[in-house]
Design a protein around this ligand. Structure first.
Ligand code: FAD
Length: 392
């Protein structure tokens, strides 16, 4: 006889830890399975900072989810007594008509979000740390800021277990199946240490989602492409200009479909963190990806500071690799499994999902309890990949 739970969550990273917490809060008997440690550096959620912002240039439909995400992060801070969110403002720079600035402006206007549009001269006066062309603009959002990802995941897991969840680290889910019996369907998960059963399954496997859910390919040909990213830290030449409180989080149009971005210094790691968000790299296998940083990557990432933030362009301190799981259209996939209504899938976060973990955890927990997904996530459903449907 297998140990039985109401819900099994596979993958206890950002989305899985939040889901375990919200399920535990609802009194649901939950098992979370994590193949590595609870809080590790092999998936998508390490690196000591993740940006959060409301004026979502990627798609304005994310904005209502973001309002809830902020409220839930703040509630978690209050409940846990831990600092998880730094609301330090955000400045996003580039040509006015392109997506980074233009899309943020459109989302802010549509949803009535506080913001300012600054001409280059004004922007440089307020933050002389940035060197940007004269014809660029800056979109400033006071509500932007950053989250502490390792601490947030640890807090969610800790609080879930305090409320009675069972969470197993170092235990990989190897297989799952649906068993139909006289009492209905239940799901059986076999790990490298045991076998468990549950009324519902939630898949939050991050970069491993394509392996766990290989059958999603059969439904609309959905391929999840995992790409390797690097993030770097440097000690600024003028450290006081880059301290928390002296500079907001920032994004710069890299004019290649991506953006350069970075954070103020905040003590979890020494120095200024910066990176290039560009999800178009080669596909990698998350189990075989190289964590070695190449000389070309080192030179590429270092060039960002030299060009746009010369005062930060001091000694390089660290470069780490991380993984994106890209959906075909760059938007998240949150839905019931097409062939199993009791199975929920949350994947394809395409390099911008962390800020939503709080609200996604809540939506997945509610969907487990009610059997219905929150309508505000409908635009993230699998139906958009059906043949003949327009993307986005
Ligand atoms: C460099 C970088 C910068 C980013 N910057 C931002 C940002 O500024 N703002 C933002 O909002 N987002 C950002 N993102 C994206 C964001 O971090 C991710 O979208 C988010 O962390 C994804 O969470 P996840 O739970 O899907 O994946 P993860 O946190 O990786 O969790 C998946 C978990 O599932 C586990 N797992 C997989 N298969 C199994 C199995 N078979 N059995 C047991 N466990 C399993 C994995 O080990 C892993 O722990 C960034 C990502 C990267 C890589």
């Amino acid at each position: 006889m297998h140990k039985h739970f109401d819900v099994i969550v596979i993958g206890v990273g950002a989305m899985g830890a939040a889901t375990c917490f919200h399920l535990a809060k609802r009194g649901v008997k939950v098992l979370g399975l994590e193949q590595f440690d609870i809080v590790h550096a092999r998936g998508s959620s390490h690196g000591y900072s993740r940006m959060i912002r409301k004026a979502y240039f990627e798609h304005p439909n994310y904005v209502p989810l973001l309002h809830r995400a902020y409220a839930l992060w703040e509630a978690l801070e209050e409940e846990s007594g831990r600092k998880l969110l730094h609301k330090v403002g955000g400045i996003f720079m580039g040509p006015r008509e392109r997506t980074l600035v233009g899309g943020a402006l459109a989302a802010a206007e549509l949803h009535g979000l506080p913001h300012e549009l600054l001409a280059a001269e004004e922007l440089r006066k307020r933050w002389p740390q940035f060197v940007v062309p004269d014809d660029w603009h800056g979109f400033y959002e006071p509500d932007s800021g950053f989250l502490l990802p390792e601490r947030a995941i640890g807090t969610y897991a800790d609080m879930a277990m305090r409320r009675g969840s069972e969470i197993h680290g170092q235990e990989a889910a190897c297989e799952w199946r649906a068993d139909r019996g006289p009492a209905g369907v239940h799901y059986v998960v076999t790990t490298d240490a045991g076998t468990y059963a549950a009324g519902r399954l939630v898949f939050c496997g991050g970069p491993w989602s394509g392996k766990l859910l290989a059958d999603l390919q059969e439904f609309g040909g959905i391929t999840l492409k995992v790409t390797r990213q690097v993030m770097a830290w440097a000690w600024p030449k003028v450290p006081q200009d880059f301290e928390l409180g002296r500079i907001p989080v920032w994004g710069i149009d890299s004019m290649d479909g991506g953006l350069y971005y970075g954070f103020p210094m905040h003590g979890e790691m020494p120095g200024v963190k910066f990176a290039h968000h560009l999800p178009t790299g080669a596909a990698v296998d998350p189990d075989a990806v190289s964590r070695e940083v190449t000389a070309a990557e080192r030179a590429g990432v270092k060039g960002i500071l030299g060009r746009f933030l010369p005062g930060a362009d001091g000694e390089l301190l660290a470069i780490k690799t991380c993984l994106y799981t890209n959906s075909p259209d760059g938007h998240f996939i949150i839905d019931a499994h097409p062939a199993h209504t009791g199975v929920l899938v949350a994947c394809g976060f395409s390099g911008h999902g962390f800020k939503f973990a709080s609200v996604i955890g809540e939506m997945l927990a509610d969907a487990c309890v009610t059997g219905r997904m929150n309508g505000e996530a409908a635009f993230l459903g699998l139906a958009r990949f059906a043949p003949g449907r327009a993307p986005g």
